[in-house]
Ligand binder design. Structure first.
Ligand SMILES: [Zn+2]
Length: 690
């Protein structure tokens, strides 16, 4: 019994250490390599660097509205550096995104295919190897390839962009879940200046040969919080301040390219993945609607040698055209699977070819309202002068006279509406791929990270195709969407008291949203009001019994109140749903240990270590448990693994000393105790086991 009690005390000590609140989000993240993440590119055929190929840079501006760009007519003066680039390139005044969500939109840009083809239509959907991928194609032709992304949302490992690293010599992500008190710019996001500095460092040290560089800037995404002097200058319009700040960072990058003699030889494409609603059509941020404020995006393409300088293209183009345009510019074949069209001819940059003038139809869709809230998905088709929105109540706008999309003509122009509904279905059907997608549900860590960005992460992957099996029309539910979005940002910024009334309001009008109950339970848990947290979380598990997070969070909340027997079934249900989550197995081990189920506890700890051999906590506790249970030799190995991860851990040295003592190895034991003493006196304070 004593063995177990001591282990228990330790388990709890370890779990609540470091001043972290014992609320539901204290689970440990996988250790991330600090700084740059290197991964070998996976293209099978890598040719020698080809001579004479142009360099390629893609710059994606997250959440950036077209109407903030000086080169598209904004009078605000936010983008002098982009305006200068635009003078050297072709400006597309009517470019459209296919999906107002970051990973899916970037997938369309980099693959030249629609979401319905590449199946990256949600957070965490894996980009399959069968889909053509610009970085991979360029890498196979001898390009040096690097990506510098600025949000965990595009992290292939802990974020929601698995498979995006294909073809990159370097995919610089390496984000981690934001711990209490930690700065967002050192955990889940990176500011523009740092992205530029990292890219310049890579350019400085790259091997010879043409390069492909993707820079992603997340600054304009909410919360809008530009650094000084932009913070003060744009105190009344922080979103604009973020755009001005990003432009300034880009100015430094363009100057660097010029100073190194690279600018003229490089094709530079700048675009946004989507815009930001900022209250237009009632939406606060983006993701739910498909109107121009989130779908019309800036697009500039500067060709090598400035061949496109001063061109202004008013023809409608779409983001799936980006990859084919780049391939044609550098003289590489465009895979037949790519669904975009090169825009080179439109730019008048193909000799002997007349520039086509007819508009491209622009298809867009979003499954976010359905997946996150249980409302209807939406689709849109821009064709001719119309914007058609497919929803439970379809909408039709004449963009030639109503650019703000305020006058819904669908009731009057029923024939046009019907025709466009048919065309939308037909377009989607024609462009969809029925090839099995390698869809994965979002992993729990990615979910926590998505929440940290204000998204509602759903691990319910069972969403039917089409918008036929619909829920409510999102245009009737915009207040709910905004309230939930704000509440999640409140929770991330530890304003739990603000989040609670918002969530209660959501649940008064829409009691069918399990995620709102889950967030409410989360907020109460952080406030240690478990009597209120537990009923909310119970409700969430009742509504979605087979989903991961409600079960896990309820297990945690119950264990906080000492109801260990009550917590076990929920931890077990969560573990069944996500067997590969180490932190969950650790929590389950703690519960088993409390209930004197030492064999089960040991098994769970072994699983936690197997899943992540670099989990200090799991190695430490397992090592202690083994040595106290008479398996000192194996315990010593675990404790040594723990010490490799944290050589300064006083606790680990003391445990190791005990283990040596129990084997009669007095000299080793003495050494470990002496080391613990030395560390104690040099650190002078209690260590945090995390
Ligand atoms: Zn985005």
């Amino acid at each position: 019994m004593w063995v177990l009690r001591r282990v228990l005390v330790l388990l709890l000590l370890v779990r609540f250490a470091g001043g972290a609140s014992p609320g539901p989000q204290t689970y440990k993240t996988k250790p991330q390599p600090s700084g740059v993440t290197h991964r070998p590119a996976t293209a099978s055929r890598v040719l020698k660097p080809a001579a004479g190929l142009s360099n390629v840079v893609i710059i994606t501006l997250d959440t950036t509205r077209a109407d903030r760009m000086g080169f598209l007519g904004s009078p605000k003066g936010l983008t002098p550096n982009l305006d200068a680039l635009a003078k050297d390139g072709g400006v597309f005044t009517r470019a459209y995104s296919h999906v107002p969500l970051t990973p899916p939109s970037h997938a369309t840009i980099l693959t030249g295919t629609y979401p319905q083809y590449n199946h990256v239509d949600d957070f965490g959907s894996r980009l399959g190897k069968q889909v053509p991928y610009l970085p991979d194609l360029l890498h196979a032709r001898g390009y040096r390839t690097a990506a510098f992304v600025s949000s965990v949302i595009l992290d292939p490992i802990v974020g929601s962009a698995p498979g995006f690293e294909r073809g990159f010599d370097l995919y610089d992500a390496g984000f981690h879940h934001r711990r209490p008190g930690e700065d967002r710019y050192n955990s889940i996001e990176r500011r523009a200046d740092e992205v530029v500095a990292r890219a310049e460092s890579w350019l400085q040290n790259r091997r010879p040969g043409p390069f492909f560089l993707w820079l992603h800037f997340y600054d304009a995404h909410d919360p809008y919080d530009p650094p000084e002097p932009f913070k003060t200058k744009y105190a009344d319009a922080p979103y604009d301040g973020e755009i001005a700040y990003t432009d300034a960072a880009l100015g430094k990058f363009f100057s660097y390219l010029i100073s190194k003699g690279l600018y003229d030889r490089t094709m530079i494409s700048v675009m946004a993945d989507h815009g930001e609603a900022l209250g237009d059509h009632g939406e606060t941020a983006h993701g739910v609607f498909l109107y121009d404020e989130t779908i019309h995006v800036p697009l500039v393409i500067k060709l090598p040698g400035e061949r496109s300088a001063g061109k202004r293209i008013d023809r409608r183009v779409v983001l799936v055209d980006a990859a084919p345009t780049i391939l044609q510019t550098v003289g590489l074949p465009i895979p037949k699977e790519m669904q975009g069209e090169s825009a080179l001819a439109v730019m008048g940059a193909v000799s002997g070819e007349r520039a086509p003038t007819e508009d491209r139809p622009a298809f867009a869709e979003t499954a976010y309202p359905r997946r996150a809230f249980g409302f209807s998905a939406l689709r849109a088709l821009r064709t001719g002068k119309y914007l058609f929105v497919q929803a439970p109540r379809n909408e039709l706008y004449d963009q030639s006279v109503d650019p703000q999309e305020k006058q819904d003509l669908s009731a009057k122009a029923t024939a046009v509406t019907q025709t466009l509904a048919h065309q939308t279905d037909e377009f989607r059907q024609k462009t969809a791929s029925t090839k099995a997608s390698s869809k994965e549900t979002v992993d729990p860590e990615a979910q926590a990270n998505l929440n940290a960005l204000g998204y509602v992460a759903s691990d319910d992957a069972k969403v039917g195709p089409g918008i036929q099996d619909t829920g409510a029309d999102p245009k009737d539910k915009v207040e709910t969407v905004n309230l939930l979005h704000d509440a999640i940002l409140d929770i991330e910024d530890t304003r739990y008291e603000d989040a609670i009334p918002r969530l209660q309001k959501v649940l008064t009008t829409d009691p069918g949203i399990p995620i709102a109950y889950m967030q409410l339970g989360t907020a109460y848990s952080w406030l240690k009001q478990y009597d209120k947290a537990i009923p909310a979380l119970r409700k969430a598990t009742e509504m979605r019994p087979d989903t991961l997070m409600p079960n896990y969070l309820l297990g945690l909340a119950l264990s906080e109140t000492g109801d260990w027997p009550g917590s076990v079934p929920y931890f077990e249900a969560a573990a069944k749903k996500s067997p590969k989550w180490g932190a969950l197995h650790f929590s389950l081990a703690a519960a088993y240990a409390r209930l004197n189920r030492s064999a089960d506890a040991e098994k769970e700890l072994r699983t936690a270590v197997e899943l992540n051999s670099k989990d200090f906590r799991a190695n430490l506790v397992l090592g202690r448990m083994l040595s106290l249970g008479g398996k000192s030799a194996e315990g010593i190995l675990r404790l040594k693994s723990a010490l490799k991860l944290k050589p300064d851990s006083v606790t680990a040295h003391l445990f190791l000393a005990d283990a040596y003592s129990s084997l009669g190895q007095a000299k080793n034991a003495r050494q470990e105790r002496a080391e613990a003493e030395r560390l104690k006196s040099s650190v002078g304070s209690e260590e945090s086991p995390n």
